[in-house]
Design a protein. Structure first.
Length: 577
């Protein structure tokens, strides 16, 4: 009962009488649970309320993110009931059901669930965000619910039309497997998974077979979230359906394969969106894992001012990319946004007077006015071979997707030294260590010094949701420890993720980049020629005004763009390098 919750919080001295009355009025007006009213008014945080209830009532407080709930437990309570009462079934032992609740004093809800399930209810306490996230994770939402409905319909059918080919069987019937993928339920299931991922803005979809589970996960804003756990009988038909759509050989299960899918999806606004997908399959011990990378042109930002550059770093970068010759390198791990940055740079330079040619593996987005070539190693079309051909095509600007070997680097350097502007990417930790990486690839230091004009290191961090971000109270000492100067640490206001419907209760929406822009000045060229360490090169660059990855992160924390946790996850303190 709502009044019980209010009385408990009064006894804990977390609310006074006036605050409780305000919460009661809000509850009646908006027809929400008492706990929701208290949190919505900002009287208490979810954590404070849950901990107080745990102390007063003696019920355990749990973090739902640390629990794995099995499908047979989830099926005990319908999704609409879980959403209505803000509850989540956790575990069942014989006739007892452990139920996560926001308010365990609500006896009406407990009695309702006991009546529905026929089980004795053992309440535990969880935060509202934790319950909402768990409900979304295990029950799904919108198109995810459609997937669950399709799965239920197939499992409940008396005559299941999905033919299962066990992996252990070597002499399986290919025609039978193809037929199973063309059944309407499987086609609808796979299509709905892709549509749901596109609507949610996912960058990747992972189909993962395990010994007793077949998991589907989406990558949203750089983080993987589990969307559904399908029965094992769906594994082969679903994987085969994806392979057929991407023109892979469904009979080949022992070797990795690559494919491509083009989809036209009708969005909720009625607009039809064309999406390109890159598909990769890898054999694992329990079957093929397939990862589908969603390349949505609308997600590609080609405006340099929108990527995340600080003002000074952007000015330095723009000066480098308008040079008539030289090499501009963008470095960072896979998935750090390097392609977006180099695409934005060449799009800025794209004009009728320029001949721009790119060699990519693969071409991710097509840009009008630019000549783009797909690398195909299997037929001998490598980066080094295509670069040689480019030099006979009268190019002004060249983009090499990645510098992987000495031969590619050597040709790119020769191109840069003969009047061409070359863009490329490489995998290193920061800008300064890129120089050492090139030298370790047996490139002479004098060639590196003469050809390089700029190195940009970058990382992607999640943006805080503007609608629900909350103030984060950290001591000046803690802020100084992560790199803030003493004068800033005492004044800066920082924020942390909270979670709302707009951001799918993650607290984050979208991503931005952290940049470290190192101009190869005469002093840095001298260090390269003397084979200096990356530490010495970085120290000199910082003396000349270079903003490091950590400093770029601190600027975005100060501006309320991202959280401390995101910056700490992607960068190190400058003194630790």
């Amino acid at each position: 009962m709502a009044s019980n919750l209010g009385e408990l919080l009064l006894r804990e001295k977390l609310l006074d009488t006036d605050q409780l009355q305000t919460a009661v009025d809000y509850q009646k007006k908006n027809e929400v649970a008492m706990g929701t009213a208290i949190v919505s008014l900002g009287l208490l945080s979810e954590e404070e309320m849950a901990q107080a209830l745990s102390r007063q009532l003696g019920y355990p407080y749990i973090n739902l993110d640390q629990f794995e709930v099995y499908p047979d437990v989830i099926n005990l309570i319908p999704v609409e009931i879980a959403q209505k009462h803000l509850i989540m079934p956790i575990h069942r032992i014989r006739s007892f059901l452990t139920l996560a609740m926001l308010d365990p004093t609500d006896l009406d809800v407990i009695e309702d669930i006991r009546f529905r399930t026929g089980l004795s209810i053992q309440p535990v306490i969880a935060s509202e965000t934790g319950i909402i996230n768990a409900v979304k994770k295990y029950y799904g939402s919108s198109d995810s619910l459609r997937v669950k409905q399709i799965v239920d319909e197939i499992e409940q059918a008396e005559d299941i039309s999905v033919n299962i080919i066990e992996e252990e069987e070597e002499d399986y019937d290919i025609e039978e497997l193809v037929d199973s993928t063309e059944e309407a339920p499987i086609i609808t299931l796979v299509n709905t998974v892709f549509i749901d991922a596109i609507k949610k803005g996912a960058s990747d979809v992972h189909f993962e077979p395990y010994e007793k589970a077949f998991r589907v996960r989406y990558r949203l804003d750089g983080t993987l979230y589990e969307m559904m756990n399908l029965a094992m009988k769906f594994r082969n038909p679903v994987l085969s359906r994806v392979k057929i759509l991407s023109n892979m050989d469904i009979a080949e299960k022992r070797l990795p394969q690559d494919g491509r899918i083009k989809m036209r999806v009708k969005m909720e606004s009625g607009v039809r969106k064309e999406v390109d997908m890159r598909v990769s399959s890898v054999p694992t011990i329990f079957g093929e894992k397939i990862v589908v990378r969603i390349l949505d042109k609308e997600m590609l930002r080609l405006d340099l001012t929108q990527l995340g550059f600080e003002k000074d770093s952007l000015a330095t970068f723009k000066q480098a990319i308008v040079r008539p010759w030289g090499i501009v390198l963008v470095t960072g791990p896979t998935g750090s946004g390097k392609t977006n940055t180099v695409y934005s740079a060449i799009s800025t330079l794209n004009s009728m007077e320029k001949n721009i040619m790119t060699a990519e593996d693969p071409v991710e987005f097509y840009i009008p006015g630019i000549n783009q070539v797909n690398i195909k190693e299997e037929i001998g079309l490598s980066f080094s071979n295509i670069l040689r051909s480019f030099l006979r095509q009268d190019p002004d600007i060249m983009l090499v997707g990645e510098m992987r070997d000495f031969e590619t680097v050597d040709i790119a350097i020769k191109a840069a030294l003969t009047g061409h502007l070359v863009f490329s990417t490489v995998h290193t930790n920061d800008a300064a260590s890129t120089v050492v990486r090139l030298v370790n690839m047996n490139v002479e230091p004098f060639l590196v010094a003469d050809s390089l004009c700029m190195i940009v290191a970058q990382r992607l961090v999640r943006r805080l949701c503007k609608k629900c971000r909350a103030k984060h109270n950290l001591t000046p000492e803690a802020l100084m420890d992560i790199g803030f100067p003493e004068q800033e640490a005492s004044k800066v206001k920082i924020y942390k993720p909270n979670g709302c419907q707009e951001c799918h209760n993650t607290g984050y929406k979208g991503r931005t980049a952290l940049y470290e822009v190192m101009e190869v000045t005469e002093e840095i060229k001298d260090l390269i020629l003397s084979r200096a360490s990356s530490r010495d090169i970085k120290k000199k660059a910082m003396e000349q005004g270079m903003s490091t990855l950590r400093r770029s992160g601190l600027v975005k924390i100060k501006a309320g763009v991202t959280s401390v946790e995101e910056v700490l996850r992607e960068t190190v303190r400058d003194t630790e390098v």
